[in-house]
Write a protein that binds this ligand. Sequence first.
Ligand code: PLP
Length: 369
Amino acid sequence: MTFIPVNEPLLSGKEKEYLLSCVETGWISSEGAFVRQFEEGMAQQAGRKHAVAVANGSVALDLAVVALGIGPGDEVILPTFTIISCAAAIVRAGAKPVVVDADADTWNMKVEDIEAKITPRTKAIMVVHLYGLPVDMDPVQELARQHGLKIIEDAAEMHGQDYKGKPCGSFGDISTFSFYPNKHITTGEGGMVLCDDDRLAERCRSLRNLCFKPERRFVHDELGWNFRMTNLQAALGVAQLERLAEHIARKRQIGQLYDSLLQGVEGIQTPLPRTAFAQNIYWVYGIVLRRETNAQEMMRRLAAVGVGTRPFFFPMHQQPVFRKMGLFEGQSHPVAENIAEMGFYLPSGLGITDEQIHQVVERFKSVLA
Ligand SMILES: *Cc1c(COP(=O)(O)O)cnc(C)c1O
């Protein structure tokens, strides 16, 4: 039985040509021209004035939090159901993460729960669009306006998705992307920070580059990081961006094929095809089990029949690392806890074929039975 991996990237555009040109010209560091070109392309795609390419989507969040001046004494509201990078960025900056539960249908943060978490110390709301559907941004923006809060928008899974016709990545005071190989645009490893404010963009560029003083290199008023993206990574990014529309169309086909093949299967929740404000782009094709078998057990059984899977995220309020710090004590967020226990995703990378999808569903059905 052939093994079907959970993700295979698609590198069938000009990736090879652009990479080769880096090698042939010797432009491999962050000084190469592809970096600027990729930044400009992403800024245009997301409708932003500025884009700052960085090493990955996690450090993009670190940069975003610090660039906004968030630090000790501040609170940031975010979903508990997300990747550790979101809460880690807040904690590393010395601020306090305050989490809200997930919505049982979209798996995104429960927007109705945000307002009750706002205190005089709240500085920002970190919105994370998950698994293919955007968060309902109108009420979030309204809350931010009323309470004078910043919005940090983690659009790592949402290149090419939009909310009410406006691109994801355009909503935050500062927004971030990741280009990990399971995202619709990949650079192997890579990330980006986007904003419209000139000073904020300048601050991101400085923090990304060790806070070198422009007038005297190797003199520093502040500590930054080396979070730079290489020209090799950006070469891949430029080639991938050229095909974003095709990638999104293919992702939707993959999701729709799974939907049709899984129709009528009992005991599972599949992704919502659409909400009032967006059509799913199926960053991954998630399944939540509605029976006694949990995701871990199902994933073991699927692995035994050659199907690669990944578990859903694990809630921030249950993370051992944060509990040891005394964070989130006594909290429970039942929807997030349930989907983390019962949720996993099937192979749905851009490299998958329709035939493989048919095989995945056949094997999944046999394992469920
Ligand atoms: C992938 C991802 C990240 C992290 O990006 P890396 O490039 O892997 O560091 C952050 N947030 C979300 C929502 C993600 O899906």
